[in-house]
Design a protein around this ligand. Structure first.
Ligand code: HPA
Length: 291
């Protein structure tokens, strides 16, 4: 795939056909749900049984993740009664990919027949004087997003097979999936927080003034991923559950420097709780679909 030139519908179809052949050869099944694993959260893929692993570099037209600690592979396997397609490693604008490339896999999911997606990330928590404050270790259900950066993954020629050029963004974060996640968290003994996620292009973390600005806008999470995938999912009619793991207080709140190591350490500390939540959600969805 060349940076710059936008993909054609046939490219997405070729990626999907390659993946479909691998999945059917191994499990004779199609995915019930996709999950995109954020920084430090890749361990979830190890929970999938009878799995087949497809490195991104083998998939025609697929981008290849350049973040060193992210694996860059699709893992397809069983979790209880569900067949799950996990993306272990995602694409960020700060790596040099175009916005549409960071969202490319979501178009492929659609062609694989996937209609539900769990998308996860590590994020900074923004402090308020009330319950909106999010702290390191919190698991948060994203209820809305703010993307002030100008580029959209759908800028340029619209692929009509994927949906209309102009589409609604008010119901991206599926209320039913949110309800399931909140219930599962409560049963697991904690309350899932809610947050509005603000996208910053990075790779630098924010300045204190930028965080104060985001706070005025009503965001309580900040991160460098996720929003492009969610926008494409909205066009495609894929239902989204978006979960953030708060890895640090955002800039200017504690005065401490924010480091990539801190982000990874905190997400790995809460990864077990995160994995249990996501596993519970997928199992619950399987039961509810059957009922
Ligand atoms: N800012 C942006 N992205 C992030 C942060 C942050 O504070 N923490 C984890 N990802």
């Amino acid at each position: 795939m060349n940076p710059g030139a936008k993909a054609e519908f046939s490219d997405y179809k070729e990626s999907a056909e390659y993946i479909r052949a691998k999945l059917e050869a191994k499990l004779e099944a199609k995915p019930d749900i996709a999950i995109i694993l954020g920084s430090g959260l890749g361990g979830f893929a190890d929970r999938l049984e009878d799995s087949v692993v497809i490195p991104y570099r083998e998939i025609p037209h697929f981008p290849v993740s350049t973040v060193s600690y992210q694996k860059g592979e699709l893992v397809f396997g069983k979790l209880g009664d569900s067949h799950v397609l996990a993306m272990n490693g995602r694409f960020h604008y700060y790596e040099g990919w175009e916005m549409w490339q960071t969202a490319y896999p979501v178009g492929v999911f659609k062609l694989l027949g996937i209609d539900k997606m769990i998308i996860t990330n590590a994020a900074g928590g923004i402090g308020y004087n009330d319950t909106r404050t999010l702290r390191p270790g919190d698991l948060v259900c994203v209820t809305d997003q703010i993307k002030l950066a100008p580029m959209s993954p759908l800028r340029g020629a619209n692929i009509e097979d994927f949906g209309p050029r102009f589409f609604d963004m008010q119901s991206v974060f599926d209320p039913e999936l949110r309800r399931v996640a909140e219930n599962v968290a409560a049963e697991q003994g904690f309350s899932l927080k809610e947050g509005v996620y603000a996208y910053m292009a990075g790779p630098q973390y924010e300045t204190p003034a930028e965080i104060r600005a985001l706070k005025l806008l009503g965001a309580n999470l900040v991160g460098m991923s996720t929003v492009a995938e969610n926008i494409f999912a909205a066009q495609l009619g894929i239902r989204v559950l978006c979960i953030s793991c708060v890895s640090n207080m955002a800039a200017g709140i504690t005065g401490a420097a924010i480091t990539e190591q801190e982000v990874l350490d905190v997400t790995s500390e809460i990864s077990e709780k995160f994995e249990a939540l996501v596993t519970g959600v997928i199992e619950r969805l399987a039961t509810e679909t059957k009922a």
